[in-house]
Design a protein around this ligand. Structure first.
Ligand code: SF4
Length: 444
């Protein structure tokens, strides 16, 4: 499998990422940086001169998937130079470096300079015009993940991310605003702010309400049609935070990781919240924002979690009436305090508990989505999942994070169009909608 050239001008780059939205935003930024230097982003690894993999280590399964992906890419193209970065590369560089085809292992601290490490060229500051001209059309400009913060100063006992990503650090507000202006000029309909510990934005500079200031600046200084916040630790949010939702461009969607609904378990996790504090926060959010979509993360089978503790956690999750759950089976991570704890739970018990939470999550998600049958919500259309005689199966998300699909004669990808929700398919976890757009209607 010959390649044009491994280094220098006009390389073909294949990019892959695993894990969180932060990884996703980093890979999107790398794509823009490579393109700005005249390199081509290719979807097929077999065509690539350079392959970049942004790995994840949040669970043992994620680490295994990272290794498997790197090996698979080497089999797909044993001539390409593979660069591996991300959290798994951070915590286990030696295990990655020995995989065939791996030319470089770059840790999270040096990730921002990965493109320069490969091309030898410095990254030019954002320039609107060149980018919007040369972005390939297949990269639908729908939702962009924007990294605003990295690292974390907390020490939740199960968490390897805080070990892999280092101390909390925030991007300059002006840089974030400039990037969102550029994304708006490129036609993106939505920006999603991401970070390891998003709620701590600005705290490394001594700013208590840094995230509030940032969101206000983005909403007042850019024309991005829609702004969404990714995961927020519950203890970071002050009552003033919810005043941000006076601006309808801010999506009524909050992802607030709970991890456990039992105070005793929360204590062993070193989580800075309790049932009472979390309930008060949810009440404050629901008072300030009309029926927000509140989703969460829950761990099943944390060390020492008795049947009674699990029952308390499950009951609290149900009582909070979330709109969706991300359920994780506890995974022992090297270097974390929980890994050294006694009372690790048997795999089959973890399996049973996570299955119960997953079923509860599906029920809660159905209940939330069905509340909107008959209602009209703005949808950012993201991709086409199929076609039929009558048209294309368009898929997208409402502002309150309901996944929707519509059979329509037009390709709606990249547009934000209101749609009436007509039904919900619980098995697929998707709502059917009627886009309120005529066939020949001009829409920007
Ligand atoms: S807040 Fe806790 S769970 Fe979140 S990244 Fe920091 S240590 Fe990990």
């Amino acid at each position: 499998m010959g390649s044009r050239q491994r280094d220098g001008e006009g390389m073909r780059i294949h990019l892959r990422t695993l894990g969180c939205r932060l990884n996703q935003s980093e890979i999107e930024t790398m794509a823009r940086e490579f393109r700005r230097q005249g390199h081509e982003i290719v979807d097929d690894p077999a065509l690539a001169d350079q392959i970049i993999v942004n790995t994840c280590a949040v669970t043992e399964d994620a680490s295994r998937a990272s290794r498997r992906l790197v090996r698979g890419l080497n089999r797909a193209n044993d001539d390409a130079a593979i660069t591996v970065t991300g959290c798994y590369a951070q915590i286990a560089p030696d295990q990655i470096a020995v995989i065939p085809g791996v030319a470089r292992v770059i840790d999270n601290g040096a990730k921002d300079r990965l493109v320069t490490a490969i091309t030898g060229k410095e990254i030019e500051p954002f320039d609107l015009e060149p980018i919007s001209r040369d972005t390939p059309t297949h990269l639908a400009r729908t939702r962009a993940f924007v990294k605003v913060q990295d690292g974390c100063d907390n020490a939740c006992t199960f968490c390897v991310t805080t070990l892999a990503r280092g101390a909390g650090r925030s991007r300059a507000l002006a840089d974030v605003v400039a990037e969102i202006r550029m994304l708006t000029a490129m036609g993106y309909q939505e920006a999603v702010l991401t970070g390891v510990h998003l709620g701590s934005y600005g705290q490394d500079r001594g700013e208590r309400d840094g995230l509030i200031t940032l969101v206000r600046a983005i909403l007042s200084e850019t024309d991005i049609p829609r702004l969404r916040l990714s995961s927020l630790e519950p203890w970071d949010l002050t009552p003033e935070f919810f005043t941000l939702w006076r601006d309808p461009r801010l999506c009524p969607h909050l992802h607030l990781p709970l991890q456990s609904g039992c105070d005793a378990t929360l204590k062993r996790m070193l989580r800075k919240t309790t049932q009472a504090q979390f309930r008060a926060l949810i009440d404050a959010a629901r008072t300030a924002i009309p029926d927000p979509c509140i989703t969460t993360d829950v761990i099943a089978g944390f060390p020492g979690e008795t049947d009674e503790e699990f029952a308390i956690s499950e009951a609290f999750v149900r009582a909070m009436d979330f709109a969706g759950l991300h359920v994780f089976r506890y995974s022992k991570r090297p270097g974390t305090a929980a890994a050294r704890m006694r009372g690790h739970i048997a795999e089959d018990v973890k399996q049973t508990r996570s299955a119960r939470l997953i079923a509860l999550g599906a029920e809660l998600e159905r209940r939330y989505a069905e509340r909107y049958i008959g209602a009209t919500r703005p949808v950012v259309w993201e991709h086409i999942s199929g076609a039929a005689q009558e048209g294309f199966v368009n898929v997208g998300y409402t502002d309150n994070y309901i996944r929707v699909s519509a059979l329509h004669p037009r390709v709606l990808t990249g547009l934000m169009v209101p749609a009436q929700i007509t039904g919900y398919d619980a098995a697929k976890g998707i709502a059917s909608v009627l886009p309120l757009i005529e066939m020949d209607m001009e829409w920007t």
